[in-house]
Design a protein around this ligand. Structure first.
Ligand code: MN
Ligand code: MN
Length: 455
């Protein structure tokens, strides 16, 4: 009997071709889906192909459903053998990622260069977002009420957008500043053009050139930007890393890696004991507020709707929730060998050692953490062991070094026993994050076991 706790590298436990094949599919998903709207569209298409029907459509007549909230959340529900009052096994992940948003009145010029004003979204290290190719994604509601969908910078023929940085020759003062002040929020503005209109008497000739061009190509007038949601994300595909191709770098692993593995697990799960439901949420990176954040009550609304349509008498959404369980599927930090001093090695996640179970998050004395119970940790630990899923525990860094939170507390607040579980990344929140393919596949296996067997 092994009485000492030790984790193993998941590459030694998993079938390598299964790991690699799964990652190829995921690679295509994060290459194509960079915003919450794009994720919702893709997951919706795939769910419809698999026979899921929209709970809010007039033709709804099914045991399973998909439900979409304001184009930025999608829920997928699969009925299990047990009655609904036994609760639901939830997996909740978020589909928003840190990025640079365009302001509502963005266009200006300076010294013959046209630029967009921006306001960054989520916790970014600003210096990482300059001098790299960025793509513009989002929607513009035009004056006539038409919705214009935007994606510029992803194909090789497309132009990209780039935020400039100071040359080292003139950066003596900048280089002496703390990193957090070296690049300020108001200077994260990308170049969008540099050709003037002909008329030399005109003012703002560079801005006007761009306005003319946008009007001719897309029918956009300047006021349309006010009713837009445009965002800059790193341009280009996710790529394999390393001679052995064991690592995947891409934009938005946090938290699309959990979104993808969770909904694939639900699609492929069979013989569910309890019903299961995947919630893909928005606004996690800025506090889970708003109509599409995890603090909104769309979840209660969807469950009430389902109870009503199925004619289940005397059952409330609240009762269902209080009998439910949840994996808060979000990423953790892998111990970075280059920055080991911020990690407490014995309780940090190791890259490639499988899905990470996190009992509590928070900061400064576990402040603002959901903190799962020992009983729940026991149940999850047993499930993963019984199903041979590579797993480990992980606390986010040394005590008092920093910290962070997840959606877990917003699920727990609803009476749902909840614990964090997801892969550990390197370079979390960077334009291109790093994930181990073995951890991605371990997460998929963990979510599938949870959906099929957790009681
Ligand atoms: Mn996250
Ligand atoms: Mn995050």
């Amino acid at each position: 009997m092994n009485i000492e706790y030790k984790t193993k590298n998941a590459w030694l436990l998993l079938d390598r071709s299964e790991v690699m094949n799964f990652s190829e599919q995921y690679k295509q998903f994060i290459t194509a889906c960079k915003t919450e709207r794009e994720v919702v569209e893709t997951v919706k298409e795939n769910a419809i192909k698999r026979g899921y029907v929209d709970l809010f459509s007039s033709e709804y007549n099914s045991n399973n459903f998909l439900a979409i909230n304001n184009k930025k959340n999608i829920f997928i529900f699969k009925k299990g053998k047990a009655p609904l009052e036994k609760g639901i096994n939830f997996i909740v992940a978020h589909i928003d990622s840190p990025r640079v948003d365009i302001k509502q009145n963005p266009l200006y010029e300076g010294f013959d260069v046209a630029m967009f004003k921006t306001h960054y979204y989520g916790g970014i290290k600003k210096y990482q977002w300059v001098t790299l190719p960025l793509a513009l994604h989002g929607v513009i509601m035009l004056k006539d009420g038409k919705e214009l969908s935007v994606s510029i910078g992803e194909s090789n023929e497309d132009p990209v957008f780039v935020i400039s940085d100071l040359l080292p020759h003139l950066a003596r003062k900048q280089m002496e500043k703390p990193v957090k002040e070296a690049i300020v929020g108001e200077s994260l503005d990308p170049i969008v053009g540099s050709i003037p209109i002909e008329d030399e008497k005109e003012k703002n000739r560079f801005k006007k050139y761009i306005l003319n061009l946008l009007h001719k190509e897309y029918g956009i007038v300047e006021e349309d930007f006010i009713s837009s949601e445009l965002t800059l994300v790193p341009a280009g595909p996710a790529r394999d890393v390393g001679f052995d191709r064991s690592v995947l770098t891409g934009y938005g692993h946090d938290d699309k890696v959990c979104a993808y593995t969770a909904y694939q697990a639900l699609f492929n799960a069979n013989d569910l004991e309890k019903s299961a439901m995947i919630l893909l949420m928005d606004k996690e990176e800025i506090g889970s507020d708003g109509i599409t954040g995890s603090q909104s009550d769309f979840l209660e609304y969807a469950i009430e709707k389902y109870i009503k349509l199925k004619g289940i008498k005397e059952l409330s959404a609240r009762e269902v929730l209080h009998n439910s369980s949840c994996l808060s599927a979000d990423v953790n930090a892998a111990l970075d060998p280059l920055y080991r001093d911020v990690f407490e090695e014995q309780n940090s996640a190791i890259f490639g050692h499988g899905i990470v179970i996190t009992k509590f998050t928070g900061s400064g004395g576990k402040y603002s953490s959901s903190d799962a119970s020992a009983e729940l940790v026991y149940k999850v630990r047993s499930l993963l062991n019984e199903n041979n899923v590579p797993w480990q525990v992980g606390e986010l860094g040394k005590v008092d070094i920093g910290g962070g939170g997840t959606i877990a507390k917003f699920m727990a607040k609803r009476g749902i026993e909840t614990i964090d579980a997801g892969p550990a990344l390197l370079s979390m929140h960077a334009p291109f994050e790093l994930a181990s393919k073995a951890d991605i596949y371990s997460s998929y296996l963990a979510y599938k076991s949870f959906i099929e067997k957790f009681e």
